[in-house]
Design a protein around this ligand. Sequence first.
Ligand code: NAI
Length: 252
Amino acid sequence: MTLSILVTGASRGIGAAIAHELAGRGHRVCVHAGRDLQAAEAVREALPGTGHAVAIGDVADPEACRQLVDAATRDLGGIDVLVNNAGIFEAHPVDTVSFEDWQRAWRRTLDVNLVGPANLAWLVARRLLDRPSGPNGGRLISVGSRGAYRGEPATPAYGASKAALHSMTQSLAVALAPHGILAAAVAPGFVETDMGRTVLDGPGGDAVRAQSPFDRVAAPEEVAQAVAWLATDAPLWVSGTVVDANGASYLR
Ligand code: NAI
């Protein structure tokens, strides 16, 4: 069955890899980007299959979220699955940052990484619940982070936002299970993307690679496969799970 899937932040990195993985499995994808429509178009053009769409908009803006869900619904003919992937990762170490920058980083990070995904989850969930055919098969998938479980010193708002995203996933799974809707998340460790390289290319890069017994970090495609499984094939019974995709880096 061909599903219609909205992937946020799909103009590059993990989101682009998720879009490719899902399109390769025969699904229709709306490739969303924050601002860069050209980049989103380029991703869409390279996708296998037909019927894909593009959209832009700041997920921190509730009205933009509403417009995004309207556009994706219109262009894909509905939304069966939401993949909340868009996110930001900003350093704001408590020992050096000013109080103003501390507040700004917390507010922006929570708005983009948590409140935006929460608003999109509401908008998509309510459409699934209102479908004349019933909500069965709907899925809400979020890209969390291993950072939720670690005391990363420079990015406290990031870790807090991802821990809250995991918690929101669990609440949605319970609330929506009676309606046949699955909610789940993937928590990657570091990944070779523009975001990941802000750390990997720095002085701590080798130490980060050494966290995993594979002595490397993930390619975006490896995270995308885990997300695509939850978004399409995983049994309903795994609802509420947060899949660790970190190369066994806890276990070393
Ligand atoms: P990236 O920085 O390469 O791409 C981020 C994407 O999100 C872009 O398409 C960008 O347009 C979009 N985006 C950013 N802010 C936005 C906003 N306000 N509104 C709409 N779109 C916005 O990041 P990457 O590495 O691909 O990360 C994707 C997700 O994976 C994020 O949620 C990130 O937190 C998570 N993650 C990444 C890890 C890594 O090491 N790269 C590790 C663990 C989780």
